[in-house]
Design a protein around this ligand. Structure first.
Ligand code: ZN
Length: 296
């Protein structure tokens, strides 16, 4: 089943929900970065949360979520943008993808232990003007709770966030999540109903593993509230790196350093940290960059 995210709002417009299945996205991240099971769960949750928040982007806007914790996993980054009006491109990486911890007392991936304490930062870059930056202290390091804390503290929107990655020895079985947000004007009884629904809801990955669609996840998280569909998105792993960007970075080294590299290195390589794509330049190509510097 292909990944997808749906958005919906309640009839009076005070409750919004984004729900989605990101199994293929997390599998692709796992494959590219050789993520351990614990790192797959951590980065998979973060990329899923970022993809769900990505449904609020327009045009060429970008959203990135960075987690800097003091746990063994180090930092995590997930970054999303729209590939077109109905396709969300997501990428991400973990600083230490090999770190793996035993399951926690509840038999789940110990994402909180792997992430530790620290900060979660959300940056939204607009087409014009200054980017928006919101920072919160990590509450549990489990990432779903932390993203909810960010939405509550930074955006002042009461929110329920559920993110999950289900994996077994054969790999990633299911991944997905739900974000329910109460906008200004939402009444107290509706909020109570949503909180009760969140407490009763099966874990999203269990629902997906049982055949639930993104729309089913949205319905389960809103507990029978009358919601109308708003958006329907595809999701895929997509990077924004390019050979041109690598060349621009190399030009920054300056003429002398590039000449040294061209003279000494049989091949100059750059590997994108987000997608692991490898760019290689021959000494002649490096000298071509030196000529470009001369022309400027
Ligand atoms: Zn890349």
């Amino acid at each position: 089943m292909p990944d997808s995210i749906v958005t919906a709002t309640s009839k009076d417009g005070t409750i919004s929900v984004a729900a989605g299945i990101t199994t293929n996205l997390v599998r692709e991240a796992q494959r590219r970065h050789s993520l351990s099971p614990t790192a797959s769960a951590a980065l998979g949750r973060l990329m899923t949360g970022a993809a769900l928040l990505g449904t609020s982007l327009k045009g060429r806007e970008r959203l990135s979520v960075q987690v800097a914790g003091d746990g063994p996993l180090g930092s995590l980054v997930a970054d999303v943008s729209l590939k077109d009006a109905t396709l969300i491109g997501a990428r991400g990486y973990a600083a230490r993808p090999e770190v793996d911890l035993p399951l926690n007392d509840s038999g789940k991936f110990d994402v909180g232990g792997a992430v530790g304490r620290g900060r979660l930062q959300v940056t939204v870059s607009y087409e014009v003007g200054q980017p928006y930056v919101g920072i919160v202290e990590l509450e549990s390091g489990e990432l779903g709770d932390d993203l909810a804390a960010y939405l509550v503290k930074s955006q002042q929107i009461p929110s329920v966030v559920a993110l999950g990655v289900l994996a077994d020895r054969s790999g990633i079985r299911a991944a997905g999540g739900v974000i329910v947000q109460a906008l200004p004007g939402a009444d107290e009884r509706t909020l109570e109903r949503l909180e009760a629904a969140a407490a009763l809801m099966l874990p999203v990955t269990e629902q997906i593993d049982g055949g639930a669609t993104a729309a089913d996840l949205a319905a389960a998280a809103t507990a029978g509230l009358d919601i109308s569909p708003r958006g329907d998105y595809g999701v895929r792993f997509a990077c924004r790196c390019s050979r041109e960007k690598v060349e621009i970075a190399l030009l920054g080294l300056g003429r002398e350093e590039l000449e040294r590299i061209a003279g000494e290195e049989p091949e100059t390589e750059a590997i994108c940290e987000f997608c692991k794509h490898r760019y290689a330049l021959t000494p002649d190509e490096v000298l071509g960059l030196v000529r470009r510097l001369g022309a400027e």
